[in-house]
Design a protein. Structure first.
Length: 265
């Protein structure tokens, strides 16, 4: 059902409020901005969709989204009205009920590859991590307590729809995740610039089921967590760069595991 608006009022005011974390938590809702995120949300999480806000131009430009939106309550607005809600929607946003947080043991059960991010602060890094994990077929992404909210609009936008393709856990206790991964037969590898082993060197069996653990963008992994992993692993940097961005490091580690597992299959 479509409803046309020429100003922000009623339900649109509530949707505008979902850009604040406290309101997302109060209503257990999230926002997927932009055509790609909206398309994937409607395709893979249609049962959770509450509202769609879209411009006439976006309806014409994205007929597939218009079709996917037909069963849902759709607010059609001028571009200037949507611009008052958000500057980053590219003409469309979708409001969804937030999915229940999956149990850690369910995410790790039978997993060949998963990733734990500890105190990851940047929404762009978090979204890129989710997108990379989706690309490599990881069982899920777990964000340790102190990390950015994986349900924030910026993270979801950066993930480019991958949020709706795989399990994502926010606010996990890193120690619990590591211990459960070990109990389920996974090796736990911590990415660390001063790691004991080197990625691509000897001593690593990346063909095994693996949980990769990455730390904060500035501080890396804390000493107490490095003490809990099976091995700390450094990515070789033969060039002049001091380090890799954490999401780039995650991509290198995850694909190294994928290549090793593919060779064994």
């Amino acid at each position: 059902m479509r409803r046309y608006h020429d100003s922000i009022s009623g339900q649109l005011l509530k949707i505008q409020g979902l850009y604040q974390a406290k309101n997302r938590a109060a209503y257990s809702q999230e926002i997927a901005e932009g055509p790609q995120s909206a398309r994937e949300a409607l395709t893979w999480a249609g049962d959770r969709v509450r509202d769609i806000v879209i411009t006439e131009e976006a309806l014409d430009r994205h007929p597939d989204i218009a079709r996917l939106a037909e069963p849902h309550w759709t607010h059609v607005v001028p571009s200037k009205v949507l611009g008052q809600i958000t500057a980053d929607s590219q003409g469309v946003l979708v409001v969804l009920n937030t999915a229940p947080v999956p149990a850690v043991e369910k995410v790790l059960e039978g997993a060949s590859l998963a990733i734990l991010a500890v105190e990851m602060q940047d929404p762009g890094n978090a979204g890129t991590l989710i997108r990379t994990a989706d690309a490599v077929g990881a069982a899920g992404v777990l964000f340790g307590s102190g990390s950015v909210d994986p349900n924030s609009p910026k993270v979801i936008r950066s993930a480019a729809g991958s949020t709706y393709h795989l399990p994502i856990v926010g606010g996990a206790d890193p120690r619990t995740v590591i211990s459960r991964a070990k109990r389920q037969g996974m090796q736990v590898l911590g990415a660390d610039g001063s790691g004991r082993l080197t990625l691509g060197g000897s001593g690593l069996d990346l063909g095994r089921p693996t949980l990769w653990v990455l730390g904060n963008e500035a501080r890396g992994l804390a000493a107490d967590l490095l003490a809990r992993v099976d091995e700390s692993v450094a990515i070789p940097i033969p060039g002049r760069a001091e380090s890799l961005n954490v999401s780039a490091a995650a991509a290198v580690c995850l694909y190294a595991s994928v290549f090793a597992q593919m060779r064994q299959s």
